[in-house]
Structures are given as C-alpha cells and as structure tokens.
Design a protein around this ligand. Sequence first.
Ligand code: CO
Length: 226
Amino acid sequence: MPHRLRDLLAKNQLWAEGVEAARPGFFTGLLQQQAPQYLWIGCADSRVPANEILGLLPGDVFVHRNVANVVVHSDLNALSVMQYAIDQLHVRHIMVVGHYGCGGVTAALRGLRIGLADNWLRHVHDVRNKHRAWLEAIADEDVRLMALCELNVLEQSLNCCETTVVQDAWARGQSVVVHGWVYGLHNGLLQDLEMTARDASEVGPAYERALVALKARWSAETAALA
Ligand code: CO
C-alpha cells in the first residue's frame, strides 16, 4: 500500500480512538439506528465537508453532494436520498448549501468547458440565464460570481421544495423545513439566505423575499465598490 494511504488509515485509527475515548460506546450505539435531524444537499467540493462545518458527528446529518449543489427533478440519485431521508429517517430540516468560489458556478458564469460536467452544469447555466440581465449589470466579475453562487442556492432550494418528495411530505402534514444557505471558503462561515419554507404555501413568497433581499444586498455592495 502506498505510504500516504497507510497514513490515512493510521489517522483513521487515531480519530476512532479519540471519539471512543471522548464518548465511550459511541460507535456501537450508532449500530442500532441512524436518526439524523438534517439532510444536507451541498457541493462535492472537498473544502465544504458537511459534518465538520456543522461540528456534527457521524449519525447527525444525512448528506447528498454533487457538483454545484444542483437539485434536478429527474435526478434519481438526489431524489432517492431525499425520499429516504424524509420518509424513513424523518429529517426535520433540509439545507441546500452552496459556497462562494464554486468551480461549477464559475464555469457556468464564464462559459468554460471542463468536461462531462458541462452537461450537468447546464442547470447552473439555466440559473444564470434566468437572471442574466441583473447579473450583467454587475460590473465586478468577482461580485457577479458570488451573486450567482447565491442565486444558485435560491433556485436549487426552490427545486428542492417542488420535488414530489417534499410536496408529498407537506401534503401529509409532516414537518420538514427547507433552507438555503451559502458557505464562505474564506472564513468557514455559513450564511442563511432566508429561503426558508415550512409548507407548500410558503415556497413562492419565501423565494420572492429571498430574491429581493439578495439583489438589494448585492446592489448595495456594487454601489460601495463604485
Ligand atoms: Co462547488
């Protein structure tokens, strides 16, 4: 085995010993069942690990990650994760989490070709196109990228709310709250974009409010830069 992989296994052993020392019986306790309260839908980026960012241990958060935290209605992978998390695990909160400096969002904004993922990132192109006029009015490209990272969170949160899985849960009165968050690679902090929906009637107004707030924030930022 390559030296570095041996190091990884050694690190793993230390970690497991540390967890067990701090919480005796932790791992055997998890054998019985998992009962996470949260479903995290985030970017595959190595710098955005769900558990570490939230300070949570194994068993606390169910996770789905893909390039640019996209929620597509025909994605059986994401839908299966959501259905299992909601119907079987009864998670209380779903957070759709984007991050600034996202490579996938950057590629979509600049029209860069990076490979097979170009086809996946068409969904982020769609977000860019939907808000094209507003984005193009932002002169600074770094600011435009940050704004698109946030817009992508709003749109993917909206998609999440509109899935049959979430709609069915709400229709039967199950308590599930969808949130849209963005993460700063530069400071390790999560920000709530206030795209929060507790039932079907809240989705449209939550999206509209969050969009207005997002645009107001970035307009102020742009004015400050000018
Ligand atoms: Co990313």
